[in-house]
Design a protein around this ligand. Structure first.
Ligand SMILES: NC(=O)c1ccc[n+]([C@@H]2O[C@H](COP(=O)([O-])OP(=O)(O)OC[C@H]3O[C@@H](n4cnc5c(N)ncnc54)[C@H](OP(=O)(O)O)[C@@H]3O)[C@@H](O)[C@H]2O)c1
Length: 350
């Protein structure tokens, strides 16, 4: 069978590297090119050493690519892909963008959170939000998919059933997010310099996290009153996100009802696992055992004293939070099994 041709724009970064790693073993695709402006002409395996012997390609510049491919994966920093969108659309039948440029539906909301005017607002309505379990039908019908942010992915998957079934108050919903260092991409700064970043528990964004916008956009489709507030803390971890979400039940309910809510939405979902064990050390979701996987683990607890519901979600930011989710969307767009190329179980111990 003829394999699909794939291009990866921004292939030298962390997200591009993960798309490449996953697609290198995907049975239905073949990588045609990867781009890097700074590393044009260099061997891909020099930058992604884990793929040594597996990928024999050199980086190209965006300006030099001319061949049409079936699908383009875009892994550029926020605010860059909108400037190239006409070229990208002329190069591929389908586009999967891992950045934020086409996630929001409203350019005023974009300006408010990203602080730069959107250059191509007419494309915002053409892209669909690539959150497979909750937007599968739209992804199936679309040629243009915007992958949710990593923090938004885990928060939405964790919150959605409770909001949809109207079990929690629309506010306060406080998302306490513990973030890993790979979330800032491959470029370094003083904040990511090893002596500053290692061993840290740094409250770096107590308010103002941009993913607030996409979480509220998605949840407001079921309840317009929803408000989420995020506080982000950088911790000493290379991959992974853990969110602890504090929200309040509308009325007293039993644990069983929370289980039922999650089962209603996720009982047939391969990548969503409910984690709540009475004993052992992995009683609740933990990002460490998800490294390299496309799973989203979800757990919860009820504080009966205050009717506080504590939801706990964990993912690998580079896989379920970006590249894996992008491949999951590819599988949906082509009607292939959703877990094709994504079956890795993770490692233990690690
Ligand atoms: N890291 C994560 O955990 C994560 C999670 C979810 C979503 N995302 C999103 O994924 C996207 C990529 O993130 P990343 O972490 O992979 O970033 P990254 O490691 O910094 O990589 C960025 C890539 O874009 C290229 N690039 C940078 N500026 C460019 C420009 N002006 N024109 C053309 N190419 C340019 C870089 O190529 P050069 O070699 O030329 O520099 C590199 O290949 C971002 O939008 C991010 O928000 C990332």
């Amino acid at each position: 069978m003829k394999k699909l041709k794939i291009g990866i724009i921004g292939g030298s970064g962390y997200t591009g590297g993960e798309v490449l790693r996953i697609l290198a073993f995907h049975p239905k695709v073949k990588i045609t090119y990867l781009t890097s402006e700074r590393l044009k002409g260099q061997k891909v395996s020099q930058i992604h050493p884990n793929l040594r012997g597996l990928i024999d390609l050199d980086f190209s510049s965006i300006n030099d690519i001319k061949d049409k491919v079936d699908v383009l994966f875009i892994c550029l920093p926020n605010g860059v892909s909108m400037n190239y969108i006409d070229k990208f659309i002329s190069l591929a039948d389908k586009i999967i963008d891992c950045g934020a440029d086409f996630r929001l539906e409203d350019d005023k909301v974009w300006l408010n959170w990203y602080k730069i005017p959107h250059q191509r607002p007419e494309y915002l309505k053409k892209f669909v939000y690539g959150l497979p379990e909750l937007n599968r039908e739209r992804i199936k019908e679309s040629n243009y998919v915007a992958i949710p942010g990593c923090e938004a992915t885990v928060s939405l998957l964790t919150l959605y059933p409770l909001v949809a079934l109207d079990l929690i108050k629309p506010y306060p919903i406080i998302i306490d997010a513990k973030m890993s260092s790979s979330q800032s991409g491959k470029n370094f700064s003083l904040a990511t310099h090893h002596p500053e970043r290692t061993h840290c528990v740094r409250s770096y964004l107590p308010s103002g996290h941009r993913h607030t916008a996409e979480i509220e956009m998605f949840l407001s489709k079921i309840n317009k009153k929803i408000r989420v507030d995020i506080s982000a803390t950088a911790i000493d971890m290379v991959r992974g996100i853990l969110v602890t979400i504090h929200c309040f039940l509308k009325k007293e309910i039993k644990e069983k009802d929370i289980w039922l809510a999650y089962r209603k939405y996720y009982k047939n979902e391969y990548f969503i696992r409910l984690v709540k064990q009475k004993t052992g050390i992995y009683r609740y979701p933990e990002p460490k055992i998800l490294w390299g996987t496309n799973y989203c683990d979800i757990g919860f607890d009820i504080d009966k004293r205050s009717q506080r519901l504590i939801l706990i979600g964990a993912i690998d930011n580079l896989v379920r939070g970006t590249a894996g989710q992008a491949v999951q969307c590819l599988n949906i767009m082509y009607n292939w099994p959703e877990n094709l190329g994504l079956e890795f179980s993770g490692l233990h111990p690690i």
